[in-house]
Each structure stands twice: as structure tokens, then as C-alpha cells.
Design a protein around this ligand. Structure first.
Ligand SMILES: [Zn+2]
Length: 247
């Protein structure tokens, strides 16, 4: 079996995709937006968080089971891509509940969980689903695609500003704004894509993705705002339910 390594946060990471919660990992600088939590629509009854020792054991077990499945799925669905996932724990204190996917400098896929994320899950299904979701971002090539979208957005906005006779400063601003709009417009689709493939991975690993996606009922719902980077939680749960039913 391909091994996974539990290592401390690696600071050579330069690129990162926004994680599940829409909370920016500011020190890495590349998450598009910090989502302002809205009024929760409804607070479903949820079980309490697990004791720390239980959560830690659960994490180790889930990583052990899901990593080989994610790796197999990655090899089956891609050509020449590095599928040897490395699982990393961001143990800096005070980090929000989040998980994210990035690449190290050699192109190896990294999945990062914050300690708060590991502590927040209610069962193995949630952890497996989150891991499947992050592994799916890599398989679908979202990091590269998001960066391409960002440059296209920047190009279009800069072009429009130039047409309107903008000066250098305005043009620079338009370029920045364009990059953001490009990246944001597409990332909702990417999140749903990752939810679908994440459902496949976690189910193949023997976990219940529908139970796992209940995680979304606890995080702030980004709603359906135009520039929101994450789809509404209800939409995500629906996508998971449909995908799981079809498997
Ligand atoms: Zn995601």
C-alpha cells in the first residue's frame, strides 16, 4: 500500500485551493475570499463533538483507509498525474475548521486538515467525506483550472477597462478584480464536482457519504450570493445524496 505521512505544516506550499468551509487560509494567501457567515437558516440537532483522543484515533484510521482508495481513483481517472497523496495536519493553534488541497513543489498532492477540523467531526463518515472531497479537487485538476480561470477573468476585465480609456492605475485595479471574479465564478462548480467525486471515493472506501455530508449542516451556509465561492449547503447535500443513490 502506498504510505501516507502525517507531517507538520509544510511552508513550501505556495498554492492552495479553498477548503470546505470557505474560510481563507490567509497565510497562504491564495484563497479567494473570506466568506462572512450568514444567519444560520436552521440549526439541525447534531451530536456532540468527539473526545480528542477518539477524534485523533478516528483520523488516523480514516486516512489509512481512504488514502489508498483516493490514490486508486486518481490513477484510474488521470494520466501521468502524481497520485501519491500526503496528508498533513496544520497544528498551529487557533486555525479555523478547514481542510484544503494543494501541491508541494514537486507536484505531490497534499491534503491539509486543521486540528479544529479533526476535532469538529462527529463520525468517521464526515472525515472520510471531507478527505474524499479534497482528494477529488486534485483528481479534477481544479488548482490549475482555477488559476487559468483567474487569468481569463483578469484579461477580460482589463480589456474592458482599456476600451473605456482607463489609466494605468484603473487598469491595475481592473486586473486584480478580474482575477477574483474569474476564480470565484467557477469555484462553486468545482466544489460540486469535488462533492460528487468525493462521494464516490468515500463510498468506495466503505463510508456513508450522505452521513458524511451532514457536516455541511453545521458550517455557515454561504447562501446563493453571486460572488460566493461555495455553493449553498442544501445544494451540496442534494448532490451527494443523488450521487450516492446512483452508485
Ligand atoms: Zn472544496
Amino acid at each position: 500500500m502506498m504510505g501516507w505521512k502525517l507531517v507538520k505544516m509544510a511552508f513550501e506550499m505556495t498554492r492552495i485551493l479553498c477548503g470546505l468551509t470557505g474560510i481563507s487560509l490567509l497565510f497562504l494567501g491564495a484563497c479567494v475570499e473570506s466568506t462572512v457567515p450568514q444567519e444560520p437558516v436552521s440549526k439541525p440537532a447534531v451530536s456532540a463533538a468527539l473526545p480528542e483522543r477518539t477524534a485523533a484515533k478516528l483520523f488516523v484510521r480514516v486516512v489509512d483507509v481512504v488514502e489508498p482508495v483516493a490514490e486508486r481513483e486518481c490513477r484510474a481517472r488521470t494520466k501521468g498525474m502524481n497520485c501519491d497523496y500526503k496528508i498533513v495536519v496544520d497544528d498551529r493553534p487557533g486555525q479555523p475548521v478547514n481542510a484544503a488541497q494543494t501541491l508541494d513543489k514537486d507536484g505531490r498532492p497534499i491534503i491539509i486538515f486543521t486540528l479544529a477540523m479533526i476535532k469538529d467531526v462527529r463520525n468517521a463518515d464526515e472525515l472520510a467525506f471531507v478527505m474524499g472531497h479534497e482528494a477529488a479537487h486534485h483528481i479534477a485538476g481544479h488548482l490549475e483550472r482555477q488559476q487559468r480561470n483567474a487569468s481569463t477573468g483578469a484579461l477580460v476585465f482589463a480589456g474592458l477597462a482599456a476600451l473605456a480609456g482607463a489609466d494605468a492605475q484603473t487598469l491595475q485595479n481592473a486586473t486584480d478584480i478580474g482575477a477574483q471574479v474569474g476564480a470565484r465564478t467557477y469555484s462553486k462548480d468545482y466544489e460540486l464536482e469535488a462533492d460528487i467525486l468525493g462521494t464516490v471515493i468515500s463510498k468506495k472506501a466503505g463510508y456513508d457519504p450522505v452521513k458524511g455530508a451532514a457536516f455541511f449542516s453545521r458550517i455557515p451556509d454561504p447562501g446563493d450570493r453571486f460572488l460566493g465561492t461555495h455553493p449553498p449547503n442544501a445544494q451540496r447535500i442534494e448532490v451527494v445524496r443523488k450521487t450516492a443513490a446512483a452508485l
